[in-house]
Design a protein. Structure first.
Length: 309
């Protein structure tokens, strides 16, 4: 709803910064909250420096907010697996701070960044932390009437990613080393979704029909990781060697993240979406710009695919 205030916790990061921009584009007055200033902050956005673990800072930042988004988390599965205590503290207690801030502000909607791993057998401590956070959100709704939308994101890619992102790592290795190494067989299947598509859907969920829903945001094409690697090798102007290190396979799913779920999620899709090939080229331009310190405008928009969902 135009003129409403939206606060985005974790707004300096990959997904949070894109959602903040999508909210601004939709007419919201956007307030960014993170430990470090966002290098992507727009002139029409307000920046608040703070720590999600400081309840006073979190609640003060949310004053007057109509909608509250929380992206502040340890989001890398491998990092979470190595840091279970920090993962529980930030992903569960930190989210409690954002929830309480939303309640005190009288927000009409709390939007939480969850994961498709949440009720799978994969994901380790990351999965467990998101499970706990989802249950607290549901209980806040039962106890206080705080409406929510839980967004279970799939495999994201796009500009502003870093080495924690799978597609980014593959593209960066292809540019920097002329080779790509994947820790696994390469047979794992993913439904990659461009971050700008995910960001647009993350704003669309503020519509009344998505209140108190669990929504799945993934791509529309199922691809093996080795096929994505082959696609990247064909895009590059030089030969790319592909390597598979099965001895170092991580805590990720192979074919499906889904196991029995007590809270079934509804998949949300767009009629028009960024084509994977176009999205990879857009990421490559971003990586090349970063590696060569070019001053090109970050706001250049990738072309949308003519393909319909």
């Amino acid at each position: 709803m135009p003129s409403e205030i939206a606060i985005v916790y974790g707004a300096s990061g990959f997904l949070g910064s894109h959602v903040a921009d999508a909210l601004s584009n939709a007419g919201y007055r956007v307030r960014l909250f993170d430990r470090l200033p966002s290098i992507y902050q727009r002139p029409d956005q307000e920046m608040v420096i703070g720590d999600i673990m400081n309840l006073d800072e979190v609640t003060k930042a949310a004053e007057g907010a109509h909608v509250v988004y929380n992206f502040a988390a340890i989001a890398d599965i491998d990092e979470a697996n190595d840091k279970p205590l920090a993962t529980a503290t930030i992903n569960v207690l930190g989210n409690m701070h954002a929830l309480e801030a939303a309640r005190l502000a009288g927000a009409r909607r709390f939007v939480f960044a969850s994961t498709i791993y949440v009720y799978s057998e994969s994901g380790s401590f990351y999965r467990a932390s998101k499970q706990a956070a989802e249950r607290f959100i549901e209980t806040y709704h039962e106890r206080y009437g705080l409406d929510y939308s839980i967004l279970r994101y799939g495999s994201l890619y796009g500009r502003r990613a870093d080495a924690r992102n799978g597609i980014y790592r593959m593209l960066h290795e292809a540019v920097d080393r002329h080779s790509i190494t994947y820790h696994g067989s390469g047979e794992a299947i993913r439904e990659y979704i461009h971050v700008e598509d995910a960001a647009r859907m993350s704003v669309q969920v503020l519509a009344p029909e998505f209140a108190n829903r669990h929504l799945i945001l993934t791509g529309q094409e199922r691809l093996r990781i080795k096929d994505v690697m082959t696609m990247i090798s064909e895009i590059m102007p030089w030969k790319i060697e592909l390597h598979f290190d099965q001895a170092r396979a991580g805590h990720h799913y192979e074919v499906t993240p889904y196991a029995f779920q007590p809270r079934i999620g509804r998949k949300l899709v767009l009629n028009e979406h960024v084509d994977l090939g176009q999205g990879l080229l857009d990421c490559l331009r971003d990586i090349h710009r970063t590696m060569h310190h070019s001053g090109e405008d970050d706001e250049a928009t990738p072309l949308a695919s003519d393909n319909k969902a």
